[in-house]
Design a protein around this ligand. Sequence first.
Ligand code: SAH
Length: 465
Amino acid sequence: MRHFPIFLAVAGRRVVVAGGGETALAKLRLLLKTEAQLTVFARDASPDIHRLAKEGRLRLVARAFGPGDALCAVLAYAATEDPAEDARVASLARVDGALVNIVDNLQDSAFITPAIVDRDPVVVAIGTEGAAPVLARQIKADLEERLPASLGALARIGRGLRAAAATLAPGGARRAFWADFYLRTGPRTIAENGLAAVPQAAAALLEAHRTATPAPASVTFVGAGPGDPDLLTLKARKALDTADVVLHDRLVPPAILELARREAVLIDVGKQGFGTSTAQDDINALLLAEARPGRAVVRLKAGDPSVFARLDEETEALAAAGIAWQVMPGVTAASAAAAQIGQSLTRRGRNSGLRLLTAHDAAGFAEQDWRALARPGEVAGIYMGKRAARFLQGRLMMHGADPATPVTVVENASLPEARTIATTLGALATALADAAPAGPALILYGLAPHAAQAALSPPLLETMP
Ligand code: SAH
């Protein structure tokens, strides 16, 4: 981010604009939405600007901008449509201590003006740092459509209700009231009985929430999927939206954590391969401690919570403590990896069963029914297998597996940086050592990338001998 978005206090403060043409007018239209004291400097201002001056909405000074004209101004716009004149205005205004924007000159501007969706006091500012004005307009149009016109009025009423709502218990109860007010009762009351009916409906709603019984302790296990935020389920999105606390694995990427409610406390309890980790007992204790006071606790696990994620250890600890829990499934890495290479995990006539294996368990390398796996046509999704490749390869070949059996390693499945390493069982260990994947990787044993898919994505596909 080269520009940090903030909302500047301008009510009653000076903002100056140099220029009297269309460019200046375009900025004035935005500035007129504020309570700033606007002064325009222009020798020949357009009739529109003269009219605004006559209406008392701005002060017009009919001369060019000069030294001292931006004194005490928070913002100064150079909008004269003449680059040399704009540069002169900008250097004078800087001396006066104002933040300066030169219209259509990103380089020399101290700030830029975003596209705005105005539902005052709810304001959405959209900026692309000048990179994609068309995109900004599109986002603005989308939001204009999506946000009801009554939102501003509702928020103004809401502002007046804050003191009364503060008498509700902080956290769950208060949040439930606000969600109800803004998303259900508020819009419905406006639609059915008009704005005037909202204060009374809000008072009734407040009373209903005051007497509601508090939510019992509970934990929601949520599958975060393989990493692409678009692969979250709608239920996962909702759970993150309302979470007070999110305990997450290290593998869950920032783009997904960002979807958690802004006030939610994020706790990384990541356990990673051989690195530092939070002991399982500590995680269990933390879950209980966070859930007991009735907080909305989300336990966010990479992929699906029920696949190599110690779900049962955590649910048993909760059950023993009498705390309710529920599980929201997610897309597991094996599904994401198969999708990445365009293959089906099962296939009529080839494999009527599918194994999900881990190459590691608490005791080290994990033993499997190698003889069964070594039979032709078997397919397995192998988790946590990066460092066990040589062990897997040795065990399978010792039990008679064909060294030519296709094996595909998918790193960072579902993410833009996904990488596919297509190899064979006989070459697996060397192929993995050469490719040295740094991200999480899933080994698809018995599957090669689909030919059509392989042709489509050559840059991501590395074929190892
Ligand atoms: N519960 C998770 C698995 C946790 S074990 C799930 O259902 O996917 C962690 C292992 O999952 C990693 O070592 C890796 O083998 C695999 N994994 C997780 N995300 C992955 C991704 N985006 N791409 C490839 N493998 C991934």
